[in-house]
Design a protein around this ligand. Structure first.
Ligand SMILES: Nc1ncnc2c1ncn2[C@@H]1O[C@H](COP(=O)(O)OP(=O)(O)OP(=O)(O)O)[C@@H](O)[C@H]1O
Length: 255
């Protein structure tokens, strides 16, 4: 695998059985490379396969065919145990809903992945991770004592504590107001620029996508286009075209 490839998908397909109709082909022979130290946004109309792509690329779901390679490891032959270990050691994940444990402080939440890996969290390391996301003073706070944006930054610190090769983000600003969103997106951008993080983010928001180096557009389980150095307006216009095409196709298909 070329040294600069953090994640590679080769002809990845994923189908879901449907009770009342033909199987849904959520991913249809997708091939895409995510280079190291880049920030990519994945966009597309609702149901186009964005979450399925993220789940397959992160080893949370297995494709029906094709290959997923993460940090030079082909995920296909791995046992469930080996896949779990790879996710634990090389992958970070953040979600729209933050997914922090409510009974644990920020510091305890951030230290959790280290505990799960059998390491005793080093308080200085955990506090440095919180300082990195601008929350050095909040180590003792519970999630309920923090704003949504602060909780998402705790979740980012937690995802990064194991120094993952790839950070996957599924709608990380979906539950945030625009000011908190900006803070979180600037942080994600800084982590790529200054720490060499590789980040892959699913989003519906053209403004969020404009923080990425590249936007990959999905329609009906296929990559149709991509945009480098995106602007929010350029992405919004392209999404409007895709959504109009999808609506036309649905109307046409229903006749
Ligand atoms: N577990 C599942 N079982 C059956 N069908 C599924 C399942 N997960 C996803 N699908 C179907 O696969 C297709 C792609 O879904 P996916 O969630 O990846 O799209 P998405 O682009 O992330 O959508 P959204 O923007 O609405 O979150 C959709 O038609 C969806 O209904």
């Amino acid at each position: 695998m070329a040294d600069n490839q953090a994640v590679r998908l080769e002809q990845v397909s994923r189908c879901y059985a449907a009770a009342t109709s033909a199987a849904v082909r959520a991913l249809d022979e997708i091939s895409v490379v995510f280079e190291r130290t880049t920030f990519t946004a994945i966009m597309g109309p609702s149901g186009s396969g964005k979450s399925t792509l993220l789940q397959c690329a992160a080893g949370l779901d297995r494709p029906d065919s094709g290959r997923v390679v993460v940090d030079d490891v082909d995920l296909g032959p791995l046992s469930e145990k080996a896949l779990t270990e790879l996710r634990r050691d090389r992958i970070g994940f953040i979600f729209q809903a933050f997914n922090l444990l409510g009974a644990l402080s920020a510091e305890q939440n951030v230290g959790l992945p280290l505990r799960l890996a059998g390491r005793r969290p080093d308080s200085a390391e955990v506090r440095a991770a919180l300082a990195q996301v601008g929350l050095g003073e909040r180590a003792g706070h519970l999630p309920s004592q923090m704003s949504g944006g602060q909780q998402q930054r705790v979740a980012i610190a937690r995802a990064l504590i194991t120094r993952p090769k790839v950070l996957f983000a599924d709608e990380p600003t979906g539950a945030l107001d625009s000011s908190s969103s900006r803070t979180v997106l600037k942080l994600l951008r800084t982590l790529v620029d200054e720490q060499g993080q590789t980040t892959i983010m699913v989003t519906h928001d053209p403004v969020a996508a404009s923080y990425a180096d590249r936007v990959v557009f999905l329609v009906d389980g296929r990559i149709t286009d991509e945009m480098r150095q995106p602007t929010a307006q350029g992405v919004a216009e392209h999404m409007a075209l895709l959504e109009a095409d999808t609506a036309t196709a649905r109307v046409g298909g229903g006749e």
